[in-house]
Design a binder for this molecule. Structure first.
Ligand code: PMP
Length: 434
C-alpha cells in the first residue's frame, strides 16, 4: 500500500462499502483521468467501465468542460443563491428549457406537447435532493391550494430515488431502507402497475407518483417494458397526481433520447436531473417544476407559501458553467448521434455474453449494459469477484448485487469498447473457473 492507500484505509469511510477490509478488494486511489481512462496512484490505467458511477459523458479532462470551469473560476467560484442569482445559473436555466421546448429538440419523437414541459428550474446538488424537492413541492402545492390531506407519495418496487430519508422511504429497495426503518416516512411502494391501477380505481389520490425513467437502475438495470411509462403517466393524469420522472440516470442521452421519458412521448409534471447534467464533472441537480406550481408559492416569508429548501451551494456557479458547456456540446457536437452510433457495437459486445457459461441474463438500454451472473455462493458475490478480477485487465466497474454494470462514457473509442468487453469476459471466465 502506498501512502494514499494507507491514509484512505486508516481515515476514510466509503459509501455503500463494508468497514471490513477483508470484505472488498484493496483500496484503489484514483489520481487522474483522460477521456475514457482513469489512472491510479501507482500509475496503472483503467477503462472507466461505469462512467464514474453513471455520470461521465464526454470523458475526463474534456477540453471544453475544463475551459468552462477555468473561465468561471476566474470570475467567481461561489456566491449565495438565496435571493441573489448568478450568471451561469441564468444562462443554464434558459438553455435547458429552450433545449427541451425549442424547435430543434435533441432527438425526441414528435408529437410532444413541448409547451407543457416544466419550465421552472430549481437547483440542488445531487439526485436525491432533486427528488426530495419535487416531493416537497408537490405536497406543499396541494396544501397551499386547499388540499392539505393530499400528501401520499407513490413509487415502484425496485426503484431507487436516492438515499436521503424521504428517498429511502420512497425507494423500493429494502436493503437500503430497512436499517433506517425507524426514521422512514410513510410512502406507498407499489409492486407493479396493476396494483397501482387497482388502488387508483378504488379512489386513492396520491400527491405524486415517482417513476425512474426508462429503467430501474440501482434496482438491477431493469428496463421498463414498452408502454409502461405511458401507462403510469396516464394513471397519474387520471387521479390528478403529479408525475415525477426521475431522469437522474436516464437523462442526457444515457438511454438514447435526451430524456428517457421522451421515448414514450411523455411530458411529466416534474423532471429531476443530476449525474450527466455536468457531464460528470461537478455535483449539481435540477428539479424542473411546472409554472402553475411555481405561481402558487407566492406569499410573505412567514406565509407558509415559500419553498423552504435551499443549500449553501445551491446553483453553484462552477457547476452551472460546466453544465451550460455540457449542453452546448450536446447541440454542437451531436452527442445523441454519437450515442446512437455506439449502440450497435455496444449491443454486439454484450451479445457475446448471452451464451457464456456463468451468465444468467444480459440486458441493455441505450449505453447501459447489465450482465447477471450465476451466483457462486448464497451471498451472490460473483459479480463483485468479477469486478475485482477485472482490475488487472485495466477495467473498473462496480456491480449491483450479482449484476455487472457496463456503462462507458460516450467518448469511448471503438478499440477500447472491444477492450472493455474482452476484460469483462476474461474476468467472468476467471471467477467461474475458481
Ligand atoms: N435517482 C436515480 C435514478 C439514481 O440512479 C440515483 C443515483 N444512483 C439517484 C436518484 C440519486 O442520485 P445521487 O446519488 O446524486 O443523490
Amino acid at each position: 500500500m502506498d501512502f494514499l492507500e494507507q491514509a484512505d484505509a486508516r481515515w476514510l469511510w466509503h459509501p455503500f462499502t463494508s468497514a471490513d477490509p477483508a470484505d472488498g478488494p484493496d483500496p484503489l486511489i484514483l489520481v487522474g483521468g483522460q477521456g475514457e481512462w482513469l489512472v491510479d496512484s501507482h500509475g496503472r490505467r483503467y477503462l472507466d467501465g461505469n462512467s464514474s458511477i453513471w455520470c461521465n459523458l464526454h470523458g475526463h479532462q474534456h477540453p471544453r468542460l475544463n475551459a468552462a470551469l477555468e473561465a468561471q473560476v476566474r470570475k467567481i467560484a461561489h456566491c449565495s443563491f438565496l435571493g441573489t442569482g448568478n450568471e451561469p445559473a441564468s444562462l443554464l436555466a434558459q438553455a435547458l428549457v429552450e433545449t427541451l421546448r425549442g424547435p430543434s429538440p435533441l432527438g425526441f419523437p414528435d408529437p410532444i406537447p413541448r409547451d407543457s414541459i416544466p419550465s421552472r428550474v430549481f437547483f440542488s446538488d445531487n439526485g436525491s435532493c432533486a427528488n426530495e424537492i419535487a416531493a416537497k413541492m408537490a405536497v406543499q402545492f396541494f396544501r397551499i391550494t386547499g388540499q392539505p390531506g393530499r400528501t401520499d407519495l407513490v413509487a415502484f418496487e425496485g426503484s431507487y430515488h436516492g438515499d436521503t430519508m424521504l428517498n429511502v422511504s420512497l425507494g423500493g429497495i429494502g436493503t437500503f431502507s430497512e436499517p433506517y426503518r425507524a426514521l422512514t416516512l410513510p410512502c406507498h411502494v407499489v409492486p407493479d402497475l396493476r396494483a397501482l391501477e387497482t388502488r387508483i380505481a378504488e379512489g386513492f389520490q396520491p400527491a405524486a407518483i415517482f417513476l425512474e425513467s426508462a429503467l430501474h437502475g440501482a434496482g438491477g438495470m431493469i428496463p421498463h417494458p414498452p408502454g409502461f411509462m405511458k401507462r403510469v403517466a396516464d394513471l397519474a393524469a387520471k387521479c390528478g397526481a403529479f408525475l415525477v420522472c426521475d431522469e437522474v440516470l436516464a437523462g442526457f442521452g444515457r438511454t438514447g433520447p435526451f430524456l428517457g421519458c421522451f421515448a414514450e412521448g411523455i411530458v411529466p409534471d416534474f423532471i429531476t436531473l443530476s449525474k450527466g447534467l455536468t457531464g460528470g464533472y461537478l455535483p449539481l441537480a435540477i428539479t424542473l417544476a411546472p409554472q402553475r406550481v411555481f405561481e402558487q408559492f407566492a406569499g410573505d416569508y412567514y406565509s407558509g407559501k415559500l419553498l423552504y429548501h435551499g443549500h449553501t451551494y445551491t446553483a453553484h456557479p462552477l457547476a452551472c458553467a460546466v453544465a451550460l458547456e455540457n449542453l452546448k456540446i450536446f447541440h454542437e457536437e451531436d452527442t445523441l448521434g454519437k450515442v446512437a452510433a455506439l449502440r450497435p457495437a455496444f449491443e454486439h459486445g454484450l451479445d457475446a455474453f448471452r451464451k457464456m457459461p456463468g451468465v444468467a441474463e444480459v440486458r441493455s438500454r441505450g449505453l447501459i449494459g447489465a450482465i447477471d451472473l450465476v451466483a457462486r455462493s448464497r451471498r451472490g458475490d460473483t459479480a463483485r469477484a468479477a469486478c475485482t478480477a477485472m482490475r488487472p485487465h485495466g477495467i473498473l466497474t462496480r456491480p449491483i448485487g450479482n449484476t455487472l454494470v457496463i456503462m462507458p462514457p460516450y467518448c469511448i473509442r471503438p478499440e477500447n469498447l472491444t477492450r472493455l468487453f474482452e476484460g469483462v469476459s476474461r474476468a467472468i471466465r476467471q471467477v467461474m473457473s475458481e
